[in-house]
Each structure stands twice: as C-alpha cells, then as structure tokens.
Design a binder for this molecule. Sequence first.
Ligand code: TYM
Length: 329
Amino acid sequence: METVLSGIRSTGNLHLGNYFGAVRNFVKMQNTHQCYFFIADFHSLTTHPNPASLHENVKKVLSEYLAAGLDPEKATLYIQSDVPEIPELYLLLNMISYLGELEKTANFKEKVRQNPENVNAGLLTYPVLMAADILIHRAKKVPVGKDQEQHLEMTRNFAKRFNFLYKVEYFPEPEAFNFGEELIKVPGLDGTGKMGKSEGNGIYLIDSSDEIRKKVMKAVTDAGPTTQNQEMPDAIKNLFSILRLVSQAETVKFFEEKYANCEIRYGDLKKQLAEDIIRFTSPIRERILQIYSDSEYLKKVVALGREKARASASKTLKEVREIIGFRGF
Ligand code: TYM
C-alpha cells in the first residue's frame, strides 16, 4: 500500500480552504492508502503563540479533523510534537538545505512582507521541517492545496540531494496529490486571493449559521454585468468557485445563466451561497462540538496516533542514522 501523508498547522480553526483543498482528500484516501495525518504544532511556533492558546488550538484542530471524517483506526492521526524523530530528521536535513533556495521560497517572502519584525530562522527553514514531516514516513503522496506546491518541490530536492550525497536510493520523491486533478485554491470572499488563516477572510467549519450569513453577505461584488456573457471579475468568480464546491449543479447553472443574461441579483446569489455553506458545515459543526467535549476520546486518539507514528518514524530515523554514519560502538 502506498504511503500518504499530510498535515495542517495548528494556527486556528479549519476553514473551507483547508477542507476542500486537503481534508476532503484525506478522508477519501484513508480506505485505500497507508495514511499519516498530523497537526503541525511545531510549525505554529513561528508566530509565538502563548502556551494556553497553543494547546487549545491543537485540541480544536484535532476535533475538527475527526468531525470532518478522519478515522483514527484507519489512518494514523497524530500531533507533530509527539514525534521527536521529526525534529532530529529536520536537523539532519538542515545540513543539506541552502540559504539561497530557502530565501527564494514564495511563502517565506510573503511572510517577510507581512511581518518584517519577526523573520526568524524557523520561518526560513519551514520547508525543511515540512520535508522532515513527509520523509520521516517515506511518504509518496501528499494531498495538499495549491499553496503547498513549492514546498513539495523543495522536499523532492532535499530527498534527491540526500540520496545523491550518500549514494543510496532511500527517500522517495513525494508528489502533491489531488487524484490526478489540478491542485485546488479556494478563494476568499474579500475579492482577493486565497482563503487563509492569516488572511482573516476564512469561513470556518465551526462558524455558526449567523456568522456564515454575515460573512457571505459582506462578500465583495461589483455593480453587475452590463453586457451579455461578460467575463466575470475576480470577486464574482470567487463567489462562483465556492458555490461550485457546496451547491447543487442546477443551482450553479441557474446563477451562471442569470449572470450571462445580466439578470443576476447578487443578494440572491449570496443568500443561496450562505444557505448551501450552512447545509454543508452544520453537521460537521455539531460533531466538532461533541468531539471537542469528549476529552477521554481525544486522549485515546492522541495516544494511539503517537504510538503508530513513532513506530514508523523511529524505523526511518534508525536507517538514516546508519546511512549517514552514526553507527555507534
Ligand atoms: P495550512 O495549515 O496552511 O493548510 C492546511 C492544508 O489546507 C490547504 N489550504 C488550502 N487549499 C486550498 N485553498 C485554500 N484557500 C487553502 N488554504 C489552505 C493547504 O494547502 C494545506 O494542504 N505547511 C502546511 C502544513 C504542513 C504540511 C506538512 C502539509 C506541515 N507539514 C507536510 C503537508 C505535508 C500548512 O501550513 O498548511
């Protein structure tokens, strides 16, 4: 069985971008692949969360993963900081990653722009830690959204470089994966780029119906089309992109035709979109609340995941140490 791995930062709740970009695929793959899914809490340290909020966020994301359909009996579901083999592999990979390539990473450049006063080494070497996450289980497929594509390319480079340096064929070259389709980018509703935690434009699985209605009704639109079959501006395209994810095909077609004939009323489109998002998220939200309050269950899930993840990770690390030349006496 092929090994699959993916993760989510514990920086906040899961939004529709995380769900449709990644988690939906995790759920589909857990029956047919050897799956490792984890919560990246080391990665969240780049923004210096306080201890209470760090713990709280991990608990929230874990409950959300489970509520979205991840089955801890089928997949290995674990917390990154429970697996000390990951930071050790990260240290080893740091020795074969170079300042020039790390500085060029799009995500790093973006973070430097957003937060010039907090350009820490953890941010710079973020892709190395990600590579360690993936290579520690020698995973081949990595279900992620479009924004992670470059990190996967870097992981392949580190894997190739390690194999070349030590003249082995040890690490596979992992690929970003979406069932043969293009990777997804779920847009925000503020007329700009992607939906994201740091962008502050997320619709979260945990949002109440009222919050969702408010967010959708505030979405950026324009004055409306004035000529038949006019090309949509980005803000309107974004609304339709989300509609396609949560609504029936007839609903999408109905509004597309209204747009093409210049008869669209954005208020109606937004109302429909909000109700369809709510229909989709509210059963998940109920499960989140229920799972979140079941501490005994969460404890069991975490312990089971830790054990399975460490079994695989320690095997890899032992072999890597042997390859590198840490052979003991
Ligand atoms: P994170 O927590 O930002 O996002 C988690 C997953 O959700 C996807 N995603 C999106 N997909 C489509 N549209 C969007 N608007 C959108 N926003 C987020 C991301 O592509 C990702 O798949 N560095 C990673 C976490 C990580 C990881 C790993 C992932 C750490 N180690 C190893 C895979 C393998 C991150 O910050 O994702």
